[in-house]
Design a protein around this ligand. Structure first.
Ligand SMILES: [Zn+2]
Length: 508
């Protein structure tokens, strides 16, 4: 009864909605292992880069809601990621260090710190571990050596390569036919490579050049290939097999395909390495993918400077399903900020909100007399708050349907049938899933910089005229007209307070 709906997630492996069953469920443990591909810390993360983490945070919140504990690992790529995601060429960190005249360590430390700050601003809960690639190089060398012993690799002057023709299921995740991948556009030409889809496990130093970040290996001095770190660090921290791997959809076609190939070759136990692969879609800026390389670098800090609250961006993200592409526009951000402001101003009088993080807690807190009867036809017997809790659960279990959760919350706040005590629980439950800090966010934090003094004279004139018209309509007891004008003012962001000496207005 209290477990609610079955959690269903869209698995990229097979491209279908599936019931989620934790690996440990049969063994009686319920902690789920979750690995999320993390940032390459060579520059500020742009807006599109934030989505995978808000998405994986939502996933964790939903797991928690279902009473499933999760251990999340997010890697910090501070070595191994070559420019253009290629196997050869310079390391992104080294390029950044040269550009900024700082050491690679300084570059990594600076941008890692900035990443953590942004995550906190977006109310993304910290992961349980943030392994740095540079700290796992010996394990990566061991991993590659084992693949080599098993005959999955070959050596070229440019490094050690994984032979994808030896991997029977290669490309399943991306729905690739091998021939297609071998002709794929994204792969670069490497002299001597047997198949175009083969990738570097170890990137050897070119003769005469010396990398800044370099380690010794059986294949000479060099640095690990980019894909290797995720296999090695996830297994080191979550065990050889774990439940869920997440990342941006661009990883589905190459990075995750290669992670799977090398991991299953390493394990050779006939089991899928990871059961559930979840991918979030892109954010579109001017209808094209925001790519760091394309020079679009709109960042969260830019939004804050423009007067938006970071949680308005979180709300913008949650307003779309994680598998839908989202168009980032100023109008959409304005709408998100206005929605957040309305939510906070509506919820503030209900505080303090009860502490709720699971469905079970929410159900236990719905006040006496507000619990659906076990007899009889459920929904009509159940009172309003309990029904809203069930609807939140259904939305969360339906592949993390955050737009529905948001809409359900807004509906409950307008619904006169929900008693205040019950409404508090509904709001706390919704926010356990959404993470918008509805329990403590101050209205002044989401007011932005907009105030009456920012308005142009004609805007002020228009508002004053509407306020006067409404006063006149009220005098004439023309209530429909008065309400109409009030709605119009509301749409302009004007808050009206009626006082004995007449109405006062201000901008929300
Ligand atoms: Zn990864």
């Amino acid at each position: 009864m209290t477990s609610g709906q079955q959690l269903r997630l869209y698995n990229s492996l097979g491209r279908r909605l599936e019931d989620f069953t934790p690996r440990g469920a049969s063994a009686g443990t319920s902690e789920v292992g979750l690995y999320t591909c993390g940032p390459t810390v060579y520059s500020f993360q742009h807006l599109g880069n934030m989505r995978p983490y808000v998405f994986s945070d939502t996933l964790r919140r939903v797991l928690r809601w279902k009473g499933i504990g999760a251990r999340q690992v997010v890697n910090i790529t501070d070595v191994g990621h070559a420019v253009a995601d290629s196997d050869t060429g310079e390391d992104k960190l080294e390029v950044a260090a040269a550009r900024e005249r700082r050491s690679v360590e300084e570059i990594a430390a600076f941008y890692t710190e900035d990443y953590f700050d942004r995550m906190a601003a977006l109310n993304v809960r910290p992961a349980d571990a943030y392994p740095r690639a540079s700290e796992y190089v010996p394990q990566m060398v061991e991993f590659a050596a084992r693949l080599s012993e098993k005959g999955y690799t070959y050596e070229l002057p440019s490094g050690l390569y994984f032979d994808t023709s030896k991997s029977p299921g290669y490309g399943t995740l991306a729905l690739l036919d091998l021939e297609g991948q071998r002709e794929g556009a994204r792969v670069e030409q490497v002299e001597g490579r047997r198949n175009k889809s083969d990738f570097a496990l170890w990137r050897a130093e070119e003769p005469g050049s010396r990398r800044v970040m370099r380690w010794e290996s059986p294949w000479g001095w060099g640095a690990p290939g980019w894909h290797l770190e995720c296999s090695v660090m996830s297994m080191a921290l979550l065990g050889e097999h774990f439940d869920i791997h997440t990342g941006g959809i661009d990883h589905r076609e190459l990075h995750h395909v290669n992670e799977i190939a090398q991991s299953e070759a390493y394990l050779e136990d006939g089991q899928p390495w990871v059961r559930y692969w979840l991918h979030n879609e892109f954010i579109l800026l001017d209808s094209e993918k925001i790519a760091k390389s394309a020079g679009h670098t709109l960042r969260l800090a830019d939004l804050e400077e423009a007067g938006y609250h970071p949680l308005a961006y979180r709300l913008f993200l949650l307003g779309g399903h994680y598998r839908s592409q989202l168009d980032f526009t100023t109008a959409a951000m304005d709408a998100a900020q206005a929605t957040l402001r309305r939510l906070v101003s509506r919820v503030a009088p209900l505080r303090p909100l009860p502490s709720v993080s699971t469905l079970e807690e929410a159900r236990a807190l719905v006040p006496a007399g507000d619990v659906p009867s076990r007899e009889g036809g459920a929904s009509r017997e159940g009172t309003a708050a309990a029904e809203y809790i069930s609807r939140l659960d259904a939305a969360a279990c339906s592949d993390l349907a955050t737009p529905t959760i948001l809409a359900t919350l807004q509906e409950s706040l307008r619904d006169p049938a929900v008693p205040e005590a019950g409404l508090r629980v509904v709001v706390a439950a919704a926010d356990a899933l959404l993470g918008l800090r509805l329990g403590d966010l101050e209205l002044r934090e989401v007011e932005g910089r907009r105030s009456a003094s920012d308005l142009a004279a004609d805007e002020v004139e228009r508002i004053e005229r509407l306020v006067a018209e409404r006063t006149q309509a009220r005098k004439e007891k023309n209530w429909p007209r008065a309400d109409e004008i009030r709605a119009e003012l509301d749409a302009l962001g004007v808050q009206l307070t009626d006082t004995p000496s007449g109405p006062l207005w201000e901008l929300r």
